[in-house]
Write a protein that binds this ligand. Structure first.
Ligand code: ATP
Length: 639
C-alpha cells in the first residue's frame, strides 16, 4: 500500500469524511475506490438500491481512467457502474443510468442527467468523492457543483475529497456539509511538494525564442516520451501543425478541449501506449492522468499558479519512477514564479541554455505562414489567445502584458506583424476614458456653467485617442486598411530578417559586449578611431566609392548561350529621376498595398475553406442522424 492509502483507509473505511492530500502519482485513486466498493459490499447493495456512490472528476479523461481502475478492482463484486461524460449519447445513457450503483462522472454531464433524466435520483447516496477536489471546487465548476450538491442528501452521506493540492478552505468544506472531516496529508512534513524522483529545472528564455528552444529540445530527445504544456488550445494547434511540418524526428500528437471526445480518448490511449512520442496539450492533461513512463514534462508557458505547476509536472515521476520537468520562464516571469514555487516547497534548479545549441525555426515558420493562409490564421489566433491568457491571469507580479515583445513574438511565429489585440485596446480605452471623463468633470466644474460637448464614441473606438478636429471626414474601408498597422508589416519583417542575415546588429552587440568585457582598451581603438568621420564625410566617401566602380553591368544569356549585357543605372542617373526618399516611400507603399490585397485574398480563401468544412461537418452530421440506429453504446458496464 502507498502512504496515502495507509493513512486514509482506516478513516474512510470507518465511515468518516476525509480530506486526502498526497503528492502526484502516489495512489490516491485506490484510496477512494476501495472504501466505495467495501462500503457498498458491506451494505449488501443491490440493483434495486440505486446510486450508492458518485465520483466526480474535473475532466472526461480522468473520469475514464478512474472508471477503468474501478473495473479492475470491481471484478469480484456485483455492482453496476457507469461512466457519465460529455460527448456521448445522452438518450442511451438515460435509459440505463437509473440502474447504476456507482457513477463516475464529470460535473456538467451529471448535472445534465439530474436536470433531464426523469427517474434519476441520488436519494440513497452513501459516498460522494471529489477527485482533484480543489479543481472541482474552484470557480470554474462553482455553479455546476453547487447545483449538484443541492440535489444530494446531506444526512448519512460520507464525503471523500482527494487532491495533490488539497483545499482546506472552510467555505468549500461548508458547501459540502462535511462532518468533522479527517485531514490526511501524508507528505506535509516532506521537504518538497513534488515526488522525490522528479528532477525539476527551469530555463529563462525570451518569449520569441521559445519555439526555437522547444524544437531544439525535441531534436535532441528523439527517444523520449515528452508531454508539452501550453496555455491555450489555439497555441497547441498552431505548434502541432507547424512542428509536424518541421519534421523533428519524433511522433507528434496534440490534445485539447476543442477536440471531439472519441479523438481525445484515442490520443490519450495512444500516448499511454507509445514510448517515444511528444504530446502537446493544454491543462486538460495536467491533472490526474496516469500516463505510464513519461520522461519529460515541458512547460512552454508559465502555469497560472503553483498548483497547476505541481499537477503538470506530476504527469512524470509517478509511483516512485524517475522523471524530468523543464519550465520555460520569460525574464519578467522569473522572480515572481520562483518566489511562489519556493513558498510551496517546490525545489527547482536553474539551467543555462547554450545558445549555440538552439536551432532557429523562424525562417520555416515564415514560410509556413506565407504559403498556407490557414497556418497564418491559426498563428494569429494562437498569438491572440496567448496574450489573452497572460492578460487574464490574476497574479500580475508574474504575468505582465506590457512586458511582452509583441512584434518579436509575432515574428517568431512567422506572422507578418503582431495582430491587433482588441481586448487590450478596449481595456486601455476604458482606462483612458476614465481619465478623460475625470478631466472633463474637472473642466466642467471649472468653466462658467457652459456644458462641454460630448466626444463621439465612434472616435474613441477608432483609435482610443480623442480626435483633434471635429471635422466630418469620410473614411473608406481602403483608407482604414491603409492606415492599419499591418500595412507595412511584411516589409518591416523582411527588413529585420535581412538585417539579421547581414551584418546583424544583434551579432555586433553580442560580440561587442564580449570584447569589451575582455579588453576595453582594444575595443576602443578598434571601434572608435581617433577622429570619427562626420556624416557628410561618410556620404562623400560613399559617393566616391560608387563613382569609382563605374557603371554596373548585368549579363544574362539567351537560349543559344549568347550574352545579353544590360547596363545598370549610375547613381546620378538614378537620382536624376527624382528624390530617392520619395521613390523609396512610393515603392514601400506599393509593396504594402500588394501585401494588403494578398492578406485580404488569404482571408477570403481561409473563410471559404472554413465554410466548406462547416458544410461538410453538417452533411456528415445529417448522414449520421440518418443512420443513427447504429449509435454508440453507453459507457457503462457491470463490475
Ligand atoms: N498500492 C499500490 N501499489 C503499487 N502501485 C500502486 C498502488 N496504488 C497505486 N499504484 C499505482 O500508482 C500509479 C499512480 O496512482 P494514481 O493515479 O492513483 O495516483 P494519484 O495520486 O491519483 O495521482 P494524481 O495526483 O496525479 O492524480 C498508478 O499507476 C497506480 O497503478
Amino acid at each position: 500500500m502507498t502512504d496515502i492509502q495507509k493513512g486514509s483507509l482506516p478513516y474512510s473505511l470507518s465511515g468518516k469524511d476525509v480530506l486526502g492530500a498526497a503528492k502526484t502519482g502516489s495512489g490516491k485513486t485506490l484510496a477512494f475506490l476501495i472504501p466505495i466498493v467495501e462500503k457498498l459490499y458491506r451494505a449488501k447493495w443491490g440493483p434495486m438500491d440505486g446510486i450508492g456512490a458518485l465520483i466526480i472528476s474535473p475532466t472526461r479523461e480522468l473520469a475514464l481512467q478512474i472508471f477503468e481502475v474501478l473495473r479492475k478492482i470491481g471484478r469480484y463484486y456485483t455492482f453496476s457502474a457507469g461512466l457519465l461524460i460529455g460527448g456521448k449519447d445522452l438518450v442511451q445513457e438515460q435509459e440505463r443510468v437509473a440502474r447504476m450503483n456507482i457513477l463516475v462522472c464529470t460535473p456538467g454531464r451529471l448535472l445534465q442527467h439530474m436536470d433531464q433524466t426523469p427517474d434519476f435520483t441520488c436519494d440513497n447516496l452513501q459516498i460522494l468523492v471529489l477527485d482533484e477536489a480543489d479543481r472541482c471546487l474552484d470557480s470554474g465548476f462553482e455553479k455546476a457543483l453547487n447545483a449538484i450538491i443541492a440535489n444530494l442528501p446531506t444526512e448519512g452521506r460520507q464525503t471523500l475529497l482527494f487532491s495533490a493540492t488539497q483545499t482546506k478552505s472552510v467555505k468549500d468544506l461548508a458547501r459540502l456539509s462535511l462532518t468533522d472531516p479527517e485531514y490526511v496529508n501524508v507528505h506535509e512534513a516532506s521537504e518538497s511538494a513534488t515526488p522525490k524522483s522528479l528532477v525539476q529545472r527551469y530555463a529563462v528564455i525570451d518569449l520569441p525564442q521559445k519555439l526555437d528552444m522547444l524544437f531544439s529540445f525535441l531534436k535532441t530527445h528523439l527517444k523520449a516520451k515528452i508531454l508539452v504544456f501550453a496555455s491555450s488550445c489555439k497555441q497547441i494547434r498552431f505548434i502541432f501543425e507547424t512542428f509536424c511540418k518541421l519534421h523533428p524526428g519524433i511522433p507528434l500528437m496534440h490534445m485539447h478541449g476543442k477536440q471531439k471526445q472519441p479523438k481525445r480518448l484515442a490520443i490519450f490511449e495512444t500516448f499511454c501506449r507509445k514510448t517515444a512520442i511528444c504530446l502537446f496539450a493544454t491543462d486538460l492533461a495536467a491533472r490526474g492522468l496516469d500516463f505510464p513512463a513519461v520522461d519529460w514534462v515541458i512547460q512552454l508557458d508559465c502555469p497560472e499558479d503553483v498548483s497547476t505547476y505541481i499537477h503538470r509536472v506530476g504527469r512524470t515521476a509517478r509511483n516512485d519512477q524517475p522523471g524530468n520537468a523543464l519550465l520555460f520562464l520569460t525574464p519578467s516571469e522569473e522572480p515572481g514564479m520562483l518566489e511562489a514555487l519556493a513558498k510551496r516547497k517546490v525545489q527547482i534548479e536553474k539551467i543555462r541554455v547554450n545558445p549555440s545549441k538552439i536551432k532557429s525555426v523562424r525562417q520555416q515558420m515564415v514560410m509556413f505562414c506565407s504559403k498556407d493562409p490557414e497556418i497564418k490564421y491559426l498563428g494569429q489566433k494562437a498569438f491572440i489567445s496567448y496574450i489573452r491568457s497572460v492578460h487574464l491571469q490574476s497574479n500580475k507580479e508574474i504575468f505582465d502584458v506590457s512586458k511582452i515583445p509583441f512584434e518579436a513574438y509575432a515574428e517568431s511565429m512567422g506572422l507578418p506583424g503582431a495582430p491587433v489585440i482588441k481586448f487590450l485596446k478596449k481595456s486601455a480605452n476604458v482606462a483612458k476614458n476614465a481619465i478623460r471623463q475625470r478631466a472633463k468633470d474637472v473642466a466642467y466644474l471649472g468653466l462658467d456653467g457652459k456644458p462641454e460637448k460630448e466626444e463621439s464614441s465612434s472616435d474613441e473606438e477608432d483609435d482610443g485617442e480623442p480626435k483633434q478636429v471635429a471635422k466630418p471626414t469620410v473614411v473608406t474601408k481602403i483608407d482604414k486598411m491603409f492606415n492599419a498597422k499591418n500595412k507595412t508589416v511584411l516589409s518591416e519583417h523582411y527588413t529585420k530578417l535581412r538585417a539579421e542575415d547581414g551584418e546583424g546588429s544583434e551579432d555586433e552587440d553580442f560580440f561587442g559586449i564580449v570584447r569589451k568585457n575582455h579588453d576595453v582598451e582594444d575595443v576602443k581603438t578598434a571601434i572608435y578611431p581617433e577622429a570619427a568621420p562626420t556624416k557628410k564625410q561618410l556620404q562623400k566617401a560613399k559617393q566616391k566609392e560608387l563613382a569609382s566602380r563605374g557603371s554596373a553591368q548585368k549579363v544574362e544569356f539567351d537560349e543559344d548561350g549568347n550574352p545579353l549585357v544590360h547596363r545598370l543605372e549610375t547613381l546620378e542617373e538614378f537620382e536624376a529621376k527624382g528624390s530617392i526618399a520619395e521613390r523609396q516611400a512610393e515603392h514601400l507603399s506599393k509593396q504594402a498595398l500588394g501585401m494588403l490585397s494578398a492578406d485580404v485574398e488569404d482571408k477570403g480563401i481561409a473563410k471559404a475553406k472554413r465554410r466548406e468544412k462547416r458544410l461538410l461537418a453538417k452533411a456528415k452530421e445529417r448522414a449520421a442522424l440518418a443512420g443513427e440506429d447504429e449509435g454508440e453504446g453507453v459507457s457503462s458496464s457491470y463490475v
